[in-house]
Design a protein around this ligand. Structure first.
Ligand code: A2P
Length: 307
């Protein structure tokens, strides 16, 4: 069981292992969150408005708090503002807090540095009459982020940050804002190590949070030969290698599971050596980059070299 804590640039502590809740279905996720907090000693839950399951995440949190398994002060909860709420940050936070049953979150993130029409034909994914996504040309990331800064100053969020930010996005944003993002939450694993972005964030005091550490739905990376080999060497599970890749590198990792056994086993940690980490970070040189989450609506809009 890992109890690794990291520090945010706000001075706050963040548990390095968090439970991912993207694609966790209603009907499953409340029990998964409760199990993680009560039985597997997770102290960190990563949520988002767009996952449309925050209400259940909140039920799981409530059960764990009511059972006395963890205190609110020890628990770390994250939520995010979706592109269709880019000019309604306060409203998005109100909704998320209501859903989660909390009066503050520990971390509040720009989910994607993209803007959709906030008054379109759908609250999340508005489309134009031709069926294509209804972007908002007036989207202004700096303005959106400044609205997150307001919430940070109000105390309803203890830290703020961003997701899916490339070096290009951060170089544009950083000179224009007051509060350096505490984190950049990105897809990260040995098949998408993004070494330059990781170094850039480290040099600016921005903690990296790795999402889809197993390669997202179905955990495709668990079947890759290099990962299986390393798991054999350490007499552990492939998932432990992929999770420990981040934990051994001083990053936050957010594996998603709704299965109690896998939630338990994902909390295992093996300390990987410098050589193991270099081997993992070089797989991409042999095998090529693989990004598992590439929503079409973000194509060409984020400034990642591979996307
Ligand atoms: P499940 O929720 O049924 O456990 P990622 O964290 O990269 O998004 O990967 C999540 C996917 O991997 C989900 O399909 C999840 O399914 C599965 N998964 C999570 N943990 C494990 C594990 N330890 N072994 C196998 N599959 C896992």
């Amino acid at each position: 069981m890992t109890d690794i804590d990291l520090k945010l640039n706000t001075g706050a502590t963040i548990p390095a292992l968090g439970l991912g809740t993207w694609q966790s279905k209603p009907g499953e996720v409340a029990a998964a969150v409760e199990h993680a907090l009560v039985h597997s000693h997770y102290r960190h839950v990563d949520a988002a408005y767009v996952y449309q399951n925050e209400g259940e995440v909140g039920q799981g949190i409530k059960k764990a708090l009511d059972a006395g398994a963890i205190s609110r002060e020890k628990l770390f909860v994250t939520t995010k503002v979706f592109p269709s709420f880019h000019n309604k940050v306060e409203e998005s936070l109100n909704e998320s807090l209501k859903n989660l049953g909390l009066d503050y979150v520990d971390l509040f993130l720009v989910h994607w540095p993209i803007g959709f029409n906030p008054n379109g034909n759908d609250p999340l994914f508005p489309t134009k009459s031709d069926g294509t996504l209804d972007y908002d040309d007036s989207f202004d990331l700096v303005k959106m982020y400044k609205d997150l800064e307001k919430e940070y100053k109000s105390g309803r969020v203890k830290a703020i940050g961003i997701c899916n930010a490339s070096i290009k996005t951060l170089e544009y944003l950083l000179p224009k804002i007051d509060v350096v993002p505490a984190v950049n939450q990105i897809e990260l694993h040995p098949y998408l190590p993004q070494n330059d972005l990781v170094k850039f964030c480290e040099s600016r005091g921005i903690l990296i949070e790795a999402y889809s550490p197993l390669g997202s739905a179905g955990g495709p990376l668990l079947k890759e030969p290099e990962i299986i080999e390393l798991a054999k060497k350490h007499k552990t599970e492939p998932a432990t290698i992929l999770i420990s890749y981040h934990l051994s590198s001083g990053r936050v990792v957010l594996p998603k599971s709704v299965n109690p056994k896998r939630i338990d086993s994902n909390a295992q940690f093996v300390k990987l050596s410098k050589e193991d980490l270099e081997e993992l970070a070089s797989i991409e040189e042999k095998r090529g980059i693989h990004r598992y989450n590439r929503p079409e609506w973000a194509d060409g809009r984020l400034g990642f070299p591979d996307w």
